[in-house]
Design a protein around this ligand. Structure first.
Ligand code: PLP
Length: 476
């Protein structure tokens, strides 16, 4: 059950939200948990397990950044649930008034069963290839908006949900994105007139166009090109007898390029979808909303130092081969979460993750990593160096499973003096991490500890008040 310090208490009403929510900074929360764990260890019940700390106010900050951006007044957020479907995250976003992009029946049901459940018209079923039973569920739940990109999907929807409001997902250039969704989804422009006339023949209601430039989009001009293509398909819609009124610009936003991207989008809207066109514009940001809110704390469960050869190494010998494969790391650290767990983002999402020390030789670190942290591209300067640690060495960092693919960082500068039992933090771990983690090899998923953030900050106070007010008016 929740304790008195908790700012929310949903135990009976909504078990998935019943976790205690603290009201301190992520740094303070992590330090507190590590200290507690060390005390438990002293009692010989070891608990060195990894955990996440989530600052819910960081999600609110992303929301405010979106609102303050050049597209903030015009473009409604339909948060991409898949990115991080934790009920606490969905609940806060729903209270903030965002809508949702759901890709499956479970995601739709999860959003609609929140204590702050939005109305079904605040959901878009943004998966162009849906199982028939999922379409039926959407119909039963009153979720009308859904995407399609092929003829078979149109026949399926005609059969199961003929009154759905359809959005044609088009193919755009995603060649500069880390995750290229166009390999799987999106109708090429040449196929759109045929699809739209088929939809018309079937008597279906197509209301607009959607695209996704790919997750981890590196080139803002891809958005300009995509909006231009969408305009072309709006015109095709007119020829097919439709009057589209919805443009869905998908996700693909990242903090490092956010200002540039939203400016490019705003300029493109002025050109192709000006305010007076009356077109409603929505977006499905995932990573941008949640990435910075989650920090993962892992502990070093084993380590191995590079050994100097004791005898002469004969050219062509096994010893020489072994030396070559050792790599350039001075030390190998093995931590208790890996690519089969929370770091699956390295495999599926092409992420580069950035460690920083939380303890060195058992002592808690006072210094917090800088925010915003390093962009993915600037991996040359590792966080410990940015944080001012002078005495560093090269480390490789490995997950806990028996698979050698389970490498979290091949080579990274870490402060000297770290040892088994020390804690390593990883920032920017909110997107596509826990939602896709497995328990391969018998390692548990890392649990999340929640906080509304440092109460000296306005955003943190606001989030705490928002959650409390909801509880007092709706649940008690
Ligand atoms: N919308 C759709 C249809 C997606 O497939 C995705 C991600 O795969 C997103 C939105 C979210 O993308 P991002 O997290 O890059 O903003």
């Amino acid at each position: 059950r929740t304790t008195p310090q908790s700012v929310c208490s949903y135990d009976e009403e909504h078990p998935a939200l019943s976790a205690q929510v603290h009201d301190k900074s992520v740094h303070a929360l992590i330090q507190e948990i590590i200290t507690q764990k060390a005390q438990v260890q002293a009692d010989e019940t070891e608990d060195e397990s990894a955990f996440f700390a989530c600052d819910l106010s960081a999600i609110y900050q992303s929301f405010l950044e979106w609102k303050a951006s050049p597209i903030g007044d015009r473009v409604e957020i339909f948060y991409a649930t898949k990115c991080n479907p934790s009920p606490q995250v969905l609940h806060l976003l729903s209270l903030l008034g965002t809508s949702f992009d759901c890709a499956s029946m479970s995601e739709i049901n999860a959003v609609l069963s929140l204590p702050s459940a939005p109305s079904p018209d605040r959901i878009i079923f943004a998966n162009p290839c849906k199982p028939a039973s999922f379409v039926k569920n959407a119909a039963q739940k009153g979720v009308k908006m859904m995407t399609f990109d092929n003829a078979d999907e149109l026949y399926k929807i005609k059969r199961i949900y003929p009154t759905a409001k359809l959005v044609l997902r088009i193919l755009t250039d995603d060649s500069k994105s880390l995750c290229r969704l166009g390999l799987k989804f999106g109708a090429p422009l040449a196929t759109c007139p045929g699809l739209l006339s088929l939809a018309k023949q079937l008597g279906l209601d197509v209301i607009g166009v959607s695209f996704h430039v790919g997750s981890g989009c590196k080139d803002p001009m891809q958005f300009a090109d995509a909006v231009w293509r969408a305009r072309k398909v709006f015109d095709m819609g007119k020829s097919a007898g439709y009057e589209f009124n919805l443009l869905d610009i998908g996700g693909g936003f990242e903090r490092e390029t956010f200002q540039e991207m939203t400016q490019v989008l705003s300029d493109s809207f002025d050109l192709y979808f000006p305010e007076d066109s009356g077109v409603r514009i929505i977006a499905e940001p995932g990573r941008f909303m949640v990435s910075s809110a989650f920090t993962l704390a892992t502990s070093i469960i084993a380590s191995r130092r590079a050994q100097q050869p004791t005898g002469d190494v004969v050219p062509g010998s096994i010893e020489e081969e072994e030396e070559k494969t050792e790599g350039a790391a001075d030390v190998m650290y093995y931590i208790n979460d890996g690519v089969y767990g929370s770091f699956n983002c390295i495999m599926f999402d092409h992420q580069i993750v950035h460690p920083h020390p939380l303890t060195i030789s058992g002592d808690l670190m006072k210094t917090e990593p800088p925010f915003p942290p390093l962009p993915n591209v600037a991996v040359e300067v590792d966080l410990p160096i940015q944080m001012g640690y002078k005495d560093t060495e090269k480390a490789s960092v490995w997950g806990p499973t028996c698979d050698s693919i389970d490498c979290v960082r091949q080579l990274v500068d870490m402060p000297k003096g770290m040892d088994i039992g020390d804690w390593v933090g990883w920032t920017e771990m909110g997107a596509y991490t826990l939602c896709a983690a497995s328990t391969f090899n018998g390692f548990d998923r890392s649990p999340v500890h929640w906080t509304t953030g440092n109460q000296d900050k306005q955003e943190s106070k606001f989030v705490k008040r928002l959650l409390e007010e909801f509880n007092s008016t709706s649940l008690r």
